[in-house]
Structures are given as C-alpha cells and as structure tokens.
Design a binder for this molecule. Structure first.
Ligand code: PMV
Length: 339
C-alpha cells in the first residue's frame, strides 16, 4: 500500500535512543553514480525505476549543524550566508524538517557548508540532504543506522540515499509501494587505487534541474523504455568489475550508462541537452587518451561537467593531459555513520 510522505517517514524511522538535544552536526560525502538513477516510479516518495550504484567523493561533501531555536520559523545559513526565508532552498530544507517535526515540533537553525570546490561544479543536493538527515537524526536521538536513514535521505533527494557511506553504495530500488525496501547499502568491496577526476566546463547554474529533467524524459522520450533494462544489466556488470577491480569494465560500463541516460534526455521534448561544446571536446580528449593507451573513462550527470574514472597508476598521465583536473580519493574521508 502506498503511504503519504509523512506516514512513510514515520514508518522508516530507526530506534529512538535518547531525547531531543540542543544541537547536533554531521558530515556526508558527495557521490557520483556509475549506474545512474534516472526516472521515478513514485515521485512523492522518490521511488526509482531502477537500482543505481555510486562511488563517494571521500572528504568532499557537506557539513551541517542543526540547533533548536526559539522562533516561529527555521533559519538557514548556507556557506556562511543567511538565506532569505522565502527562498526555494529554505522552503526545501524546512519541508524536510517538517517530517521530523511530527516527532517534536521545534524550529531549527540549519548551518550548512559545502567543501566541494565551487569550481568543481558538483551537485551538492546528495551530500546536503544526507548530512541534514544525519544531523536531524542525532538531534532527535535516533540510532545512526544505514538502511533506515538512507530511506529518509532518499525522500529529500534520491541520490542522497547513497551519500551516507564512503566507497561504493548500491541503492536497491525495492518493490514495495511504501518504499520500505528502497534504500542504499554500502558495498563491502574496497578499491583503494580508484580515483575520480572532476573536470569543470562551466560554473553556471543549470537551467533544468534533475528532478524536472527526469520528469520530462520519462514523459516524452521514446528511448526511455529501454533504460530500466539497460540499467539492470549495467549494474550487474559494474558489480562484477568492482569484484575483479577491472578498470576497463568499470569505466566502459559507467561511460556507456551515462551516455545512454543522456540519449534519453536529448530525445525528450523539448530537447534536453546538458552538454556544452567544451563537454564534447573533453569527451573526444578522453577517447584520444584511451587510444594512446591510458585507461581513463568518463561519466556525467544532469549537467555539462565530466567526471573521470581511472586508477592511481595513471594519475600523472591524466593530470598532464587535462588541465584544471581536480583528483579525488573516494576512500579518504570520514565515515558519516560513525558518531
Ligand atoms: O537526486 P536527484 O533528484 O538530484 O537526481 C540525481 C540524478 C543524477 O545525478 C543524474 C543521477 C544519479 O544517480 O545521481
């Protein structure tokens, strides 16, 4: 049976072990999907059409502190700047806190900092909602356990479900209407030499956010019907590649998965092309690099920037080929679920 978002939230909560605190803080890393989440079977609960798999960005992410305040409205401070009460960002944060207010109706100040370099042009909604979920769970005294909090973070932003862990995370789509089996878990495999490189094409805010892009694609692209099956196959191949630490299989599958997602976007109406001329130039550069024998692959989200996938042994060649590359070690960061 499908539930309202408020009832679903209450049904997802883990065990409460202490009473409301005055203040709490948490960190969550950003993540990059190797098999993308693209399309919802239930928009109210953010239930996906396919399972997805990501790699964390280590110490790059969001730190959030929540403090109970004596006020009739929430306050939000983003990267040191107080946000206008009627801004879309504050409304989104407050709507998420409303779920927790069903337990105890307090107002909060949310201070949130992204250490993802602005230059990297990375989305922060995944780490943002994951850090907010963790901070609120601590404030309200709930146990910090992965699957339950992942379901809650998912309601803020789908990709946030995968940002509670370091390393690889798999968001299992689940089958139930109430979303109680749609959550991310950490994969036990580590791949310490794997690196992610971020290549910025533009800092401009995108004109169509991923939520609207996803809706437009599922509603208007004839290619979309092929997506769920491809994602299912890609996920299996990626897991095999991780088990074998096979960079060619991992990279090729992630690259094809991303390009297939973009093919569904381009074939939407009105067309949705997130690429800039420089995005295409960089894709050709990656392919040239590969032809010259350097194992490097790319992935892209709903935006123009490229994220490169390679192993540490190729890092110096890749840094020489791509100016302005920001290299991230996915395993060099704190574990969000450790108190
Ligand atoms: O979590 P959202 O609603 O911002 O959607 C994320 C969509 C992609 O970044 C394109 C894919 C993904 O799996 O992260």
């Amino acid at each position: 049976m499908s539930l309202s978002p408020s009832d679903a939230f209450l049904s997802y909560l883990p065990k409460r072990t202490s009473s409301l605190k005055v203040s709490a803080e948490a960190f969550a890393p950003s993540n990059i999907a190797l098999c993308k989440y693209w399309g919802k079977r239930d928009p109210a609960l953010n239930l996906p059409v396919n399972s997805s798999l990501s790699i964390s960005l280590g110490s790059l992410g969001t730190s959030t502190r929540v403090t109970v305040i004596d006020s009739d409205q929430d306050q939000v401070v983003l990267n040191g700047q107080v946000q206008a009460a009627d801004s879309a960002f504050v409304r989104k944060c407050s709507a998420f806190v409303d779920h927790f207010r069903q337990i105890e109706p307090v107002r909060v100040r949310i201070e949130t900092e992204n250490n993802i370099p602005t230059a990297a042009g990375l989305a922060s909604s995944a780490s943002g909602f994951a850090a907010l979920t963790l901070a609120l769970a601590k404030l309200y005294g709930y146990e910090l356990v992965g699957p339950a909090l992942s379901r809650i973070a998912r309601m803020g932003s789908g990709s946030a479900s995968r940002s509670l862990y370091q390393g690889f995370a798999e968001w299992e789509m689940g089958a139930k209407d109430n979303g109680s089996d749609s959550q991310a878990i950490a994969l036990s495999q580590q791949w310490p030499s794997l690196r992610v490189g971020v290549l910025e094409v533009t800092r401009d805010a995108k004109t169509v956010d991923s939520r609207s892009g996803m809706n437009r694609t599922t509603q208007t692209s004839h290619l979309y019907s092929a997506w769920p099956q491809q994602a299912k196959e890609n996920l299996l191949t990626l897991k095999a590649a991780i088990a074998e630490q096979d960079i060619h299989q991992l990279g090729a599958t992630a690259e094809q998965n991303a390009l297939s997602m973009h093919a569904t976007m381009v074939s939407s109406w009105p067309p949705l092309l997130y690429w800039q001329p420089d995005s295409v130039k960089l894709m050709h550069q990656v392919w040239q690099c590969r032809e010259s024998g350097v194992p490097v692959y790319f992935t892209m989200d709903a935006g123009p920037n490229l994220k490169l996938l390679f192993e540490e042994s190729a890092q110096s060649d890749i840094e020489a080929a791509f100016t302005g590359l920001e290299v991230v070690n996915p395993w060099a960061g704190p574990c969000p679920l450790n108190d």
